[in-house]
Design a protein around this ligand. Structure first.
Ligand SMILES: NC(=O)C1=CN([C@@H]2O[C@H](COP(=O)(O)OP(=O)(O)OC[C@H]3O[C@@H](n4cnc5c(N)ncnc54)[C@H](O)[C@@H]3O)[C@@H](O)[C@H]2O)[C@@H](O)CC1
Ligand SMILES: [K+]
Length: 513
């Protein structure tokens, strides 16, 4: 399965090579790419309106066709839907410039079909569906004027909205709404062409794209340079999902020490420590940097061992440095010791803020030999990069890559469509999770899962992708069970993470036998 996320530049290169091959007479799937795109989108539209209530088939479909080739796709779709007997109304917003030969042909086909062309969207309250073919990967500036009005009007409708290639107004590379002050179509489904695109899965992308379908249009993307971004899934970490041997002991699954628990922030470290147990670490310590603060015992999780950092030997243990750690001199000392040590580490929360405040510490992180995962949210990433969180969000993949390069660490940039980046620029975008995770403590849980997987010997890259994927899948599982998204608490995640992990391990075992 191709889980590649292609940049707009790559899609343009593939399109160019395909046009060249067609010109040279190489056999391929019949019809121009636009023909194929229109056909694939019409088939999906028929499927979607077919599964809606029966009478919706009798309602018209509104097709918005813009001035470029995205509009051409929409016109092809309109012709196909017309041929399939669907009542179609087309609103064609031709541009001032000439259209491509394919788009001109698509217009002729649509005009010759039973589709009705309108100048303004007729006031039909109940469309079976709206198809957004205003702009695709050629979007060059924010939507204004008539386009903006249309997008705002679509937002008020209560029907499926199918976006062609990319919801109009959304940047296919970054997942940001093109602004300043921009708007974008909020689709229920997006059918994207040739290859999947990162912008549909991160930042604002998930909210605007809805369910993403990929139509490859008969092109073999394997023939092209592989993309540097992928959609995360268990295939990226399956090699580490080994079923445990009967003859196992706790020493094989590593020690995790969560260093945090400053005054008033003890819960963060306890949450991370609890989930580290549930994600399979052999032994877990909650290590407080404040000798006066914190419990000696967790009645809910008596397996946890509580220590204070001044009297704790961190060597040989995977360290999760940060949840509720504060910025005391002792916090700084343990952080520096962990960074200079040989064990794999996770730096989160307060640990990241301390690193952000010191270029010397950043250099020490970059020189580490052991595995390093850093887990910033956008504001923490902004502090580390010396920029603003708006800048980080404007290009989440680029920001995560840059931070990974500077720190020579695996970076987990949290948020909708969490981005995991390697120092060499390789990126995975996570598709699991839901707004239930947007509450205090869920980041501590993620850091704890990262630590547990590192302790079990997973390399940093796979541990980060696996932790992020499972953390999101655990939240999705809770929503299915009626726990959230509203009011989901981080404390409910550890058991769900355990269920997800064991599900994957048993699947991996079944696949091997
Ligand atoms: N790349 C490919 O191989 C294929 C592309 N196809 C379609 O073609 C699309 C790309 O086509 P185009 O390059 O023509 O780009 P678009 O159709 O996305 O839009 C380009 C046109 O819109 C104008 N424009 C851009 N932003 C605007 C704004 N905010 N307000 C007003 N006008 C604006 C541009 O000046 C240009 O005329 C893809 O997204 C896809 O839907 C498909 O036909 C299938 C194959
Ligand atoms: K579109």
């Amino acid at each position: 399965m191709d889980n590649g996320l292609y940049s707009v530049a790559q899609i343009r290169a593939i399109e160019g090579a395909s046009a060249q091959a067609t010109a040279e007479g190489e056999a391929g799937e019949a019809g121009s790419l636009m023909r194929r795109a229109g056909r694939a989108a019409a088939n999906l539209a028929l499927e979607l309106i077919g599964t809606a209530r029966e009478e919706s088939r009798l309602r018209p479909v509104l097709v918005l066709a813009g001035p470029g080739n995205n509009g051409g796709d929409a016109l092809e779709l309109a012709a196909n839907l017309g041929e399939a007997g669907v009542d179609v109304v087309v609103l064609h917003l031709a541009g001032s410039g000439p259209s491509s030969p394919e788009a001109a042909q698509a217009l002729a086909r649509a005009r010759a079909s039973s589709a009705n062309f309108a100048d303004v969207a007729p006031d039909v309250r109940e469309w079976a569906m709206v198809v957004d073919g205003l702009f695709g990967i050629g979007l060059a500036r924010p939507l204004e004027g008539r386009y903006r009005e249309l997008v705002t009007a679509i937002d008020r409708l209560r029907c499926p909205v199918l976006a062609l290639d990319v919801p109009s107004g959304l940047d296919a590379d970054t997942g940001a709404v093109v602004g300043p002050g921009g708007v974008a179509v909020r689709a229920t489904h997006t059918i994207t062409f040739i290859g999947d695109k990162a912008g549909l899965h991160t930042g604002e992308g998930r909210d605007y794209a809805g369910v993403v379908h990929v139509a490859r249009l008969g092109l073999d993307t394997a023939a092209f340079e592989p993309p540097r971004a992928r959609l995360a899934g268990p295939s990226l970490f399956a090699a580490h999902l080994a079923p445990r041997r009967q003859n196992s002991h706790k020493g094989q699954f590593g020690d995790v020490a969560v260093v945090g628990g400053a005054h008033g922030m003890v819960g963060a470290a306890v949450l991370a420590a609890r989930v580290a147990l549930h994600a399979g670490a052999g032994r877990v310590f909650a290590v407080g940097v404040d000798a006066e603060a914190g419990p000696q015992f967790d009645p809910m999780q008596p397996e946890l061992m509580f220590r204070t950092s001044a009297a704790f030997d961190t060597d040989g243990r995977v360290l999760v440095l940060g949840p509720g750690m504060g910025d005391s001199s002792e916090a700084m000392r343990v952080l520096g010791h962990g960074i200079d040590g040989a064990s794999a580490i996770v730096i989160d929360a307060d640990g990241l803020n301390l690193v952000a405040a010191s270029t010397a510490l950043q250099e020490r992180v970059a020189r580490r030999q052991g595995g390093t995962i850093v887990t910033p949210h956008p504001l923490e990433a902004a502090r580390l990069l010396g920029t603003s969180s708006a800048e980080v969000q404007a290009d989440r993949l680029g920001s995560a890559r840059e931070l990974a390069r500077r720190l020579q660490a695996v970076v987990v940039l949290k948020g909708s469509g969490t981005v995991v980046a390697q120092p060499d620029g390789e990126v995975a975008v996570n598709p699991t999770g839901n707004p239930g995770l947007a509450s205090g403590g869920s980041g501590d849980v993620l850091a704890g899962v990262c630590g547990a997987l590192l302790a079990q010997g997973w390399p940093a890259w796979e541990a980060a992708i696996g932790a992020v994927w499972m953390h999101g899948a655990a939240a999705d599982r809770l929503v299915e069970e009626g726990v959230g998204p509203v009011g989901m608490t981080a404390g409910e995640l550890p058991k769900a993470v355990r269920a997800v992990l064991n599900g994957l391990v048993s699947e991996a075992g079944a696949n091997r036998s």
